[in-house]
Design a protein around this ligand. Sequence first.
Ligand SMILES: Nc1ncnc2c1ncn2[C@@H]1O[C@H](COP(=O)(O)OP(=O)(O)OP(=O)(O)O)[C@@H](O)[C@H]1O
Length: 313
Amino acid sequence: MSLVRERRHQEPLTLSIPPPLYIRIAGVPSPPSFSLSSSSASPDSSSPVETLNDLEKLTVLGRGTGGTVYKTRHRRTKTLYALKLLRSNDLNATAVETDILKRIESSFIVKCYAVFVNSSYLCYVMELMEKGSLHEALLARQGFPEPVISSLAYRVLQGLRYLQEMRIVHGDIKPSNLLINEKGEVKIADFGASRIVAGGDDYGSSGTCAYMSPERVDPEKWGFGKVGFAGDVWSLGVVVLECYLGRYPLTKPGDKPDWAALICAICCNEEVEIPASCSPEFRDFVGKCLEKDWRKRVTVEELLLHSFVINRL
Ligand SMILES: Nc1ncnc2c1ncn2[C@@H]1O[C@H](COP(=O)(O)OP(=O)(O)OP(=O)(O)O)[C@@H](O)[C@H]1O
């Protein structure tokens, strides 16, 4: 955790905010900037961020594979935002993510207020999630009690239900993409691996291997089909079990979770071990999420009615 704190608070701010030079991407209005939406849920809906120069950088919140996330403050309104700077070498993928973000308006999903694009960077102005990611919370706490996991699962399921209604597969549900705000509410973030399914088959394969479902890791074995939404349910199952155990649950403690070990754990191992100490409701909930055959796996709608979730509301 000390490493995480160090990363979050002490990292030097070496990356300067790109100059406000804008290019047009498919389906997105261009220069000089655009706001995706303004809503009453916005901390500052009457005065959205108009240019990147409106924001001053405060600290680094974290780094992902593609870029860095900063805590920023609007110079005039003093509203705090998270600013994610991503190197943008794939504008097609970017257009999908931006299109998805434009459509989303849910209290279970991290709000994106504006997107700025230049030739090197994509800049997302997002709702600040003060308590960081579930990944960091897990490093600090090493597991959560079931009531906490139940309310977390409920919020993620509500977010997934919203996305499914929009025909959006998230594709990368994992602890570092679940962010926590000041009130302790969990929201889904990061649509870099997402896709919009038009009702046909879904062959999406980007995402993070450790949280990928068997049918995404080995589609030939488990069969192609309308698997995207079921894949998000599997990932949720891995996340909630990780929340209970305080460690990645599909490999043995101490095992090096390299690619081969992960593939084996996801696709070959007979059944995922669920500890005897957990409640029958939790065991049933996790077992249903981690059903290897996506055709038999529980749906988001069914999980929202599961006793593990509704008994604790
Ligand atoms: N809106 C936000 N508010 C507060 N902190 C954030 C926000 N978005 C991201 N972060 C922090 O920045 C970190 C990096 O986020 P980012 O989305 O770039 O990568 P990641 O999801 O951790 O990893 P990757 O995308 O490479 O798989 C997160 O783990 C989180 O700690």
